[in-house]
Ligand binder design. Structure first.
Ligand code: GGG
Length: 355
């Protein structure tokens, strides 16, 4: 789905680098967008705060101002990465999870695409993970009590018909727009027959919804239990085209799929709703390399391309994707995650040179 591009003279982009390498790769994406010149409306960037460091300084990981400015002033946004702690910290809540909810960015679309050695050749990996972005275990309703077995921890996992239907609709739309037009529904409804069962049935029911009128007749549908989907992803990734999954499975599957294309540093995403889109590299904040200037900026540049494409700026998006592909194909300017020795800035400069 594209948001309207009509009569936009400027494109207001909220920039939320957040933590760790997000602070190195989001500025690279900004520079790549700026280099597009008249292929997009004049970009205006608004720097916004969120993340663990923001929490340690202000007591709030997602200041209200950030959400208000995104909602009221921005056309779109780019989010970097967040370093949420693994232990409960009183008052802290993941800002990316909250942002997706606040802005109702219900679909996390994660294309995983390899670069063929020659232009025009088919890539060996070409799939899209469509992750439901607002519920599942990510509603974060956890409690700990003490029972006869000592401490007992429980999490509520919410699956609703509404969220499953709209992510299903998004996945069918994406499948329809792709050459293979194949959709795989990922679930574990042999065990979680009520929650995953609802997800599975609801997505399966999308083609028969009122008003669809045979629109998705050309889309073929299959389904796969999440564990065997991971196995098949590594054994025969070519069987997958669009994969639609509840939140947690989608998160895990897309990281696994990133291994197939060589690095998490290459895989972009958008968080998309009906009114707003936010690009976000799939990778996290990578504290082990943060501050060293060696983070791969490609996932963020590709996320910027996806965001622009979603807004209808196809020419700008294509230019970013082609430039990145050329740099990867040449293989001389790559960051260490791809066994290169180049810095973030050197890779960015190589991309800018191709633009
Ligand atoms: N750009 C993806 C990212 O920041 N991943 C880290 C992440 O999602 N951490 C979990 C969280 O903060 O909720």
């Amino acid at each position: 789905r594209s948001l309207s591009t009509t009569a936009r003279k400027t494109l207001k982009i909220g920039l939320i680098p957040a933590d760790g390498i997000g602070r190195e790769v989001i500025p690279a994406a900004k520079a790549a967008i700026e280099a597009l010149g008249s292929d997009i409306p004049k970009p205006e960037f608004i720097d916004l705060l969120a993340g663990w460091e923001t929490f340690t300084k202000t007591g709030n990981a997602l200041p209200h101002e950030t959400v208000d400015i995104l909602r009221d002033e921005c056309d779109c946004a780019l989010f970097g990465s967040v370093s949420s702690p693994s232990k409960k910290v009183v008052g802290y809540s993941s800002p990316i999870v909250a942002l997706r909810k606040e802005l109702d960015l219900y679909a996390n679309i994660r294309p995983v695409l390899s670069v063929a050695p020659e232009v025009g050749q088919k890539p060996t990996i070409d799939l899209v993970v469509v992750r439901e972005n607002t519920e599942c275990l990510y509603i974060k309703q956890e409690v700990q009590t003490v029972g006869e077995n000592g401490k007992e921890a429980r999490a509520t996992r919410l699956i609703t018909e509404r969220a499953s239907r709209r992510i299903g609709q998004m996945a069918f739309e994406l499948a329809l727009a792709r050459p293979r037009k194949h959709l795989t529904i990922i679930h574990k409804s042999n065990v979680l027959s009520i929650t995953d069962g609802l997800f599975r049935e609801t997505v399966r029911g999308v083609p028969t919804l009122p008003g669809v009128n045979g629109k998705y007749d050309t889309v073929t549908i299959s389904e796969q239990l999440v564990d065997s989907a991971v196995y098949r992803l590594f054994r025969e990734p070519e069987v997958f085209d669009v994969m639609v999954a509840p939140n947690l499975y989608g998160d895990i599957l897309s990281d696994a799929a990133a291994a197939l294309v060589g690095s998490l540093g290459l895989v972009p995403s958008i968080n998309a709703g009906d009114d707003f889109v936010m690009g976000e590299p799939v990778h996290g904040s990578a504290p082990d390399i943060a501050g060293k200037g060696i983070a791969n900026p490609i996932a963020s540049i590709r996320s910027a391309a996806l965001m622009l494409r979603h807004l209808g700026y196809t020419k700008g998006a294509d230019r970013l994707d082609v430039a990145v592909d050329q740099v990867i194909r040449e293989g001389t300017t790559l960051t260490p995650d791809l066994h290169g020795t180049s810095s973030t800035t050197e890779v960015l400069n190589a991309v800018l040179k191709k633009l």
